[in-house]
Design a protein around this ligand. Structure first.
Ligand SMILES: [Zn+2]
Length: 155
């Protein structure tokens, strides 16, 4: 993994070699120095390229995490509630109820998938139009016994 601490010494070494070679008149020693300098610069260049890639990768990760946090924040104004019949819904917390955002509840299943699905509120149940989950909150009364009895058997 490249970092600045790995790149800087290479550049410093190249500078030192160049400074030492400044007064050399021997062509062979000069050629050696030049090739050493080029080697150090090439290595530093690769290091910088790798750092650039890591930087881009970090920016991408940071963006993804921010999106995730923003998505989660949408659910902070809801709480988990158990209905009388044992189902679960997520009603809007009372402090967030306003004329622009009337009291409502969202679906627990959809919330797990990161979706904010408002539940339809019926007489006996809540219903999610997105995942088709039905959460009962009131018992459906059984049909009252017929007072007339079997109509085909009245004679
Ligand atoms: Zn749902």
């Amino acid at each position: 993994m490249a970092d600045l601490m790995g790149v800087v010494p290479g550049l410093k070494a190249a500078y030192e070699i160049a400074r030492a070679a400044k007064d050399v008149n021997d062509q062979t020693r000069l050629n050696t120095a030049i090739s050493e300098i080029l080697e150090q610069l090439t290595s530093a260049q690769f290091g910088l390229l790798e750092m650039q890639q890591q930087h881009q990768q970090l920016l991408d990760e940071n963006r993804q995490l921010r999106e995730k946090v923003e998505k989660e924040e949408r659910f902070e104004c809801y709480r988990l509630e158990r209905t009388r019949l044992g189902g679960y819904i997520m009603p809007l917390k009372e402090e967030y109820v306003s004329p622009d955002q009337p009291a409502h509840a969202i679906c627990v299943h959809c919330r797990e998938d990161g979706k904010r699905s408002v539940l339809a509120h019926y007489e006996y149940n809540y219903y999610c139009n997105s995942c088709k989950t039905s959460v009962h909150h009131t018992e459906i009364p059984s049909n009252p016994p017929s007072s007339t009895g079997d109509s085909w058997c009245t004679w």
